[in-house]
Design a protein around this ligand. Structure first.
Ligand code: AMP
Length: 138
């Protein structure tokens, strides 16, 4: 399947739809997942047209994973999370729903289950508050 320029993350990169940004540089953007599996669920994407991990240029992937590490540290501090789950899905058979490469950063606490994937929309006010907490922790 060829990369589709009208996917929702491509629109976020072009500022055609809003997002709750936490980190932005030349190669990479990080923003809140609007249907978080746990409070603080953040997504990191490259500013390049790659559908998934298997078709991204390795040089761009290096920038994406470095930012994933940096933002994951901030999410951990901001949400006082003893565990951080990194998830990355490739292809609809694996559960991928947005076909622009992204890494999920999901804070985890002992004994607290995470919600189902991409189901329940969070309030904008909550997402902005969480984004601010992560920006402060960066
Ligand atoms: P995946 O299923 O791995 O492709 O993950 C896509 C993620 O994007 C899901 O966790 C969705 O909740 C999330 N998502 C969908 N639309 C938006 C949006 N407009 N802004 C932020 N996150 C989104």
């Amino acid at each position: 399947m060829a990369y589709a320029d009208d996917n929702i993350f491509a629109k976020i990169l072009r500022d055609e739809i809003p997002s709750f940004k936490v980190y932005d540089d030349e190669h990479t953007l990080a923003f809140m997942d609007v249907m978080p599996q746990a409070p603080g669920h953040t997504l990191v994407i490259p500013k390049y047209s790659a559908e998934n991990l298997l078709d991204v240029d390795p040089d761009f992937l290096a920038a994406t994973i470095q930012v994933t590490q940096k933002v994951a540290g901030a999410v951990k501090r901001a949400f006082d999370a003893p565990g951080i789950m990194i998830a990355q899905l490739n292809g609809s058979a694996a559960g991928q729903t947005v076909f622009h490469l992204h890494f999920h950063i999901i804070p985890r606490h002992d004994g607290v289950d995470f919600k189902l994937h991409a189901r329940e929309m969070e309030d904008a006010g909550v997402l902005e508050d969480h984004a601010q907490r992560i920006r402060t922790a960066l």
